[in-house]
Design a protein around this ligand. Structure first.
Ligand SMILES: NC(=O)CC[C@H](N)C(=O)O
Length: 327
């Protein structure tokens, strides 16, 4: 069955989600990265970007927060775009770990069987794969310009956050070197770790996250700028990775509840991709025990249910209005 929705239906869904969730008090800001503990906890925004490039938004959608683990998505796509989906599958993998995002145990258990670019270990591996290998400045330029192309606007590092992460990323240092031990780092380990730490420290708004998600949903063509950012065959690849591990050890519960491929970050952002239909994002800093924003989850779960965005259901939601933007 096809269910046609229009921009107004999306706007109404966002507004209802906002009103229902705005007084939610559960969760706590991440504090293992000192900068994140000090971000105002009551910030809350939701945005959606439609295939014709229209953006609908409610709440604090212009506040720049740390992208954190949502950045694992663009770097995974960039690596697949530079090499191929198959090569990333062979070198990093696409399995859920079922363990926390920064798990060392997961690496020990899987030493000869890589996992996924959407947990810390695989993301550091993906940063090591990004070309030009051996050239830190070149790699960084490739990553930040790729994120800007997905978002349709410039992004930059929040310096204070980058310093805060660099001063405290001891666990990630261990991950980088343990991966080196298992031949799963394809460049200098310290360089790969620094690139990963920098990409996590990029500031984005909820509107930018929604546009990134819409570019993914739109086969790699940014619906706002019309730019072709990546190969269309990578949309189902990255959407399946997000569906598999986007909420770490809570991913099964999330997918069961919503059927929406989405990726969280400890900065409080969540980015959801509905292939062919829209990108949707929410932001609120307090997190649950797995590092996923409590309010953003509730808001996106409401929207997914209300608009029938569940990819596993028999009802397909499609946008009724204009044609998707093509390159
Ligand atoms: N889940 C996350 O957002 C984690 C990102 C954070 N920079 C870390 O590596 O620990």
């Amino acid at each position: 069955m096809i269910q046609k929705i229009d921009k107004k239906a999306v706007q109404d869904a966002l507004r209802m989600a906002y009103d229902r969730c705005k007084n939610e008090t559960g969760g706590k800001n991440a504090d293992y990265i000192p900068y994140l503990a000090n971000v105002p906890s009551n910030l809350f925004g939701i945005a959606a970007c439609l295939p014709d490039g229209d953006v609908v938004a409610v709440g604090d959608v212009d506040y720049k927060f740390g992208i954190e683990s949502v950045s694992k998505v663009p770097t995974a796509i960039l690596a697949m775009n530079q090499y191929s989906g198959q090569e990333v599958l062979d070198k990093i993998g696409a399995d859920a770990t079922g363990l926390p995002f920064n798990s060392i145990m997961a690496i020990l258990l899987e030493n000869d069987h890589p996992s996924t670019p959407l947990v810390n270990a695989g993301a550091i591996s993906a940063c090591s794969m990004v070309k030009p290998v051996g050239d830190s400045d070149g790699k960084w330029k490739a990553i930040i310009s790729f994120i800007a192309d997905l978002a349709g606007s410039d992004v930059e590092v929040i310096d204070e956050l980058y310093k805060s992460e660099t001063a405290t990323n001891f666990n990630n240092k261990s991950i980088a070197w343990l991966l080196k031990n298992y031949n799963r780092i394809y460049d200098d380990p310290d360089m790969a770790l620094d690139i990963y730490t920098r990409q996590c420290s990029i500031g984005v708004t909820a509107t930018q996250l929604a546009t990134m998600a819409a570019t993914i949903a739109n086969d790699g063509v940014n619906p706002v700028t019309g730019k072709k950012v990546f190969k269309p065959e990578l949309t189902p690849k990255i959407a399946s990775m997000m569906a598999t591990v986007g909420f770490y050890e809570h991913t099964g519960d999330w997918l069961f509840t919503t059927g929406l491929p989405a990726k969280t970050g400890v900065g409080g952002g969540i980015m959801g991709v509905v292939p062919g239909v829209m990108g949707v994002a929410a932001f609120a800093p307090p997190l649950d025990g797995a590092g996923n924003s409590v309010k953003a989850q509730k808001a996106l779960a409401f929207i997914a249910g209300h608009l029938n965005l569940n990819l596993f259901g028999t009802t397909r939601c499609v946008m009724a209005e204009k044609e998707p933007v093509k390159a």
